[in-house]
Design a protein around this ligand. Structure first.
Ligand code: 13P
Ligand code: SF4
Length: 330
């Protein structure tokens, strides 16, 4: 048996020189067939990764796909909590993440020990956690949700039941507004969605009065109040495709513009402006994955996501509740 190369956990991937004459697309296709692997990618991945993926989706779609696949290997082109979710729902598969350091500011904003103390100090509350959290936080939760099913799930919780919502306070505030439920919020934020500037968005709208504004609910209320449509990445893409409008201002991570333009070649998509001149509407975690690292992870079957079985079983319960409670959501 050939030995697996040692993974440098600080670097986050097997750092090996790649033959520059190699056609990475062909090699990835070949390895996929040879190893019976599937590539699942989030819309925030770079265009090359989206183009080679077998499935591109939002967090709910990706969780469903990870649960139902019969591939032996799942290459998860997304961030750590997404790959963790894949192993939680499908423990017999090998789950690979191109760069092990691809984390998430929202997940990091909710340390499990602090969250445990918070939950224990409100024992009568139902704990609903956004899927952007660690497996340990999922294990402390009653129900998981994503941006596409959160409102639908909150509305199913009995009116007299108090709710804790974690870790995204912007999504939490949006849900309070939508459902009228008074929820206790964990104060986490996504570093990408909080940088959009309301002032610059208003100026952009004045320059493009015909445009519709599409926003992700992780954005701050000051940005959301200017939106014509608020939804998950899949929801935003679907809305833009079905709408008769020709121009859209998009307030979410810039990677989604690739699919929006691909599916709607005659329409115009303008990225909502961040607070300064930086490219900070790109998620620094998502963008750690590259087509080169994807090739290397499939070749070496490293880095693999592993999980303690007791933790996995605990984290599975609220994910299964989510999948059952949102079975009707497309
Ligand atoms: P969705 O794709 O589920 O809308 O989530 C966006 C996100 O921030 C993923 O990290
Ligand atoms: Fe996390 Fe925000 Fe990046 Fe999504 S975009 S992975 S919520 S930091």
């Amino acid at each position: 048996m050939t030995e697996l190369p040692v993974l440098d956990t600080q670097v986050g991937y097997v750092n090996e020189d790649i033959d520059p004459t190699l056609d990475l697309y062909d090699e990835i296709e070949r390895l996929k067939k040879e190893k019976n692997a599937i590539i699942l990618a989030h819309y925030y991945q770079e265009a090359d990764i989206q183009d080679i993926a077998d499935y591109i989706g939002d967090s709910l779609g990706l969780s469903r796909k990870a649960a139902e696949t019969d591939a032996d290997i799942i290459v998860f082109a997304g961030v750590h909590f997404m790959a963790e979710t894949a192993i939680i729902v499908n423990p017999d598969k090998t789950v690979l993440l191109p760069d092990l350091n691809a984390g998430c500011s929202l997940a990091d904003s909710c340390p499990p020990d602090q969250f445990k103390a918070f939950v224990e100090s409100h024992p009568d509350h139902t704990v609903v956690s956004y899927i952007n959290c660690s497996a340990a936080v999922k294990a402390l939760s009653d129900i998981i949700c994503t941006s596409s099913n959160a409102e639908h799930i909150i509305r199913q919780i009995p009116e007299d039941k108090p709710i804790i919502f974690a870790p995204d306070q912007n999504l939490g505030r949006y849900l309070i507004k939508q459902t009228g439920r008074d929820m206790l919020l964990w104060e986490g934020v996504c570093i990408v969605h909080e940088v959009f500037s309301e002032q610059k968005l208003v100026q952009l709208k004045m320059r493009h009065p015909e445009a519709e504004v599409l926003a992700h609910p992780e954005c701050e209320e000051a940005v959301l109040r200017h939106a014509d449509f608020i939804g998950s990445t899949t929801g935003i893409l679907r809305y833009a495709t079905e709408s008769s409008t020709e121009t859209f201002i998009v307030a979410t991570e810039g990677g989604i513009l690739h699919q929006m333009e691909k599916q709607n070649p005659t329409k115009t998509f303008i990225a909502a402006p961040p607070d300064n001149g930086c490219a900070c509407n790109e998620c620094p975690h998502m963008r750690l994955n590259t087509i080169e690292k994807l090739y290397l992870c499939l070749k070496h079957e490293q880095p693999q996501i592993t999980m303690d079985e007791e933790l996995r079983k605990k984290a599975l319960v609220p994910i299964e509740r989510m999948l059952e409670m949102s079975a009707a959501i497309k």
